[in-house]
Design a binder for this molecule. Sequence first.
Ligand SMILES: NC(=O)C1=CN([C@@H]2O[C@H](COP(=O)(O)OP(=O)(O)OC[C@H]3O[C@@H](n4cnc5c(N)ncnc54)[C@H](O)[C@@H]3O)[C@@H](O)[C@H]2O)C=CC1
Ligand SMILES: O=C(CO)COP(=O)(O)O
Length: 321
Amino acid sequence: MPGKNVCIVGSGNWGSAIAKIVGSNAKASNRFAPLVKMWVFEELVEGRKLTEIINTEHENVKYLPGHKLPKNVVAVPDITEACSGADILIFVVPHQFIRRLCDQMKPHIKPESIGISLIKGVDEGPDGLRLISDIIREKLELEVSVLMGANIANEVAEENFCETTIGSKNPENGQVFKELLQTQNFRITVVSESDTVELCGALKNIVAVGAGFCDGLGFGDNTKAASCGVADLITTCYGGRNRKVAEAFVKSSKSIAELEKEMLNGQKLQGPQTSAEVFKILQKKNMIEKFPLFTSVYQICYEGKPVKALIACLQHHPEHM
Ligand SMILES: NC(=O)C1=CN([C@@H]2O[C@H](COP(=O)(O)OP(=O)(O)OC[C@H]3O[C@@H](n4cnc5c(N)ncnc54)[C@H](O)[C@@H]3O)[C@@H](O)[C@H]2O)C=CC1
Ligand SMILES: O=C(CO)COP(=O)(O)O
């Protein structure tokens, strides 16, 4: 059976970073055709067409400078030519452009093709909020999954480790997309609650703007996190004592207990001890394998496990297998 044709609809910062992954995975697997078309909104960059630059220098010099794209990713300026014959469509444009693009694509969409939206945003209609994936579904009449995560495009292009989530109501499609998009350093969990995944990805951008306001006004971490749950998690990961001491632990040869004493002037860390308590519970319930992060934090703090093992353990998270 010939491999499935893939088209990336979009070529901005995230679109180009994802093209790097998709190009390389498509080339390596028989399941996908090696040539990947990437629709590029044509513009002139220093007097040259961006598509021409991408197709000769294999770099999106405007939106993802400094990163080479695989040579099998071909920039196409005409949206109808780009999407014709595609079995898999990856939507990754700023959300304000999706409606018009779908209208242009509609007559050229192959029946049975499937889509995935990497677009973070929502639309607003007479009945209230609309998901971008719903707009694509409605306009193009195809099954649409979503991919959202804490995935700053430049860091993904650098191949720094990160995680992401595919939301797919069709488990088979979810697996196809995972095969196309997962790498050693871009780890994917597939879940069925697609709408929740998409909403989280879209709404966090509003919170990010609020956070920028707080920074601009010179407020601290608590202000930035003036909600609960996830906000607390983010704050603790940037500004908390557990984070600070853990960083010093990596850079020194001292134990957590010594550093706590030296750095915190009598204040107490909660994280390492909590990891020990949780570890005991997991052990009793035979659930250690299901919680690799909690387990390795405990082992690094108390059992002499090397810190670098943290990434290896995340790379083998059971959800990624
Ligand atoms: N950049 C990032 O780190 C991440 C972005 N995202 C999401 O991915 C989506 C796409 O973002 P990026 O790829 O970063 O794009 P971007 O923010 O780099 O946007 C520029 C893109 O829009 C195109 N464009 C400009 N005018 C246009 C028009 N009239 N019609 C169609 N396209 C036009 C440009 O050619 C360029 O490809 C957004 O929803 C964003 O929230 C998601 C995760 C990470
Ligand atoms: O969605 C993103 C990271 O996950 C990128 O966020 P920004 O659009 O605020 O850069």
